[in-house]
Design a protein around this ligand. Structure first.
Ligand code: ADP
Length: 212
């Protein structure tokens, strides 16, 4: 869904109607120092788009759609870089036992695995570690690269991506976390972590911005 972009004059009209409605087109034009004819297309757009209601012989009312439009616009403007958190990385040869300790110590649900060049090699989730733990293997002798989800099957994002696109990716790929990466010649550098918690934080920030 693409939000309707209002121009400055349309925003001004909305503000006037919000504060003074019901108000006639003539009165709005007076306040803006313009003619009624000049305003006609703007008023038509605002009415058709549902921002304003018009009643014959009474004037224009604010229909309250602005908040929804602004909310949508704000949501689409949120970027990964404003909500990502620190990535926690481990090496491919770390043992599963140590990875479990690491996950607890760092208080995260997903660890990213890097190769010798510190480039993204894999992802380890809670369930990956749990699955291995309920087997009969010795956790101290299994390196994480045996059990991780590896490249090229990893879903990731970049810091400039719209947050809503990453939320979709989290849902579609059924994962809790995406590495935020920068493409380098020798692989993907990990610069952040985008999780379902990041999305929840963004959700709260939207509500606070709009005083819902
Ligand atoms: P959990 O296993 O704790 O439910 P996830 O739902 O994130 O956590 O992980 C489910 C599976 O998907 C795991 O096997 C994990 O390795 C893998 N996985 C996690 N994150 C990603 C990702 N960004 N891209 C690809 N696979 C992932």
């Amino acid at each position: 869904m693409s939000p309707i972009e209002l121009n400055k004059r349309q925003e001004d009209i909305l503000q006037i109607v919000k504060e003074n409605g019901p108000i006639t087109g003539e009165q709005i034009a007076d306040r803006l120092g313009l003619t009624r004819a000049t305003l006609r297309p703007d008023l038509a757009i605002l009415t058709m788009a549902g921002f304003l209601d018009a009643r014959p012989r009474v004037g224009y009312f604010y229909a309250g759609k602005k908040t929804t439009g602004a909310l949508t616009e704000n949501m689409l403007s949120l970027k990964v870089k404003d909500f990502m958190s620190m990535p926690i990385v481990v090496s491919e040869n770390m043992t599963v036992y140590d990875a479990i300790c690491h996950m607890f110590l760092e208080d995260v649900g997903t660890l990213f695995v890097v190769d010798k060049q510190m480039r993204l090699a894999g992802v380890l989730s809670r369930k990956d570690l749990l699955r291995t733990s309920i087997g009969s293997q010795d956790l101290n002798s299994i390196p994480v690269h045996i059990i991780m989800t590896r490249m090229p099957n990893i879903a990731y994002c970049t810091k400039g991506d719209p947050l809503i696109a990453t939320a979709k990716k989290l849902i579609e790929r059924e994962v809790d976390s995406l590495p935020v990466i920068v493409e380098q010649e020798d692989g993907l550098e990990i610069i952040g972590r985008l999780t379902k918690t990041s999305i929840t934080r963004a959700f709260i920030s939207l509500a606070e911005t709009h005083e819902l």
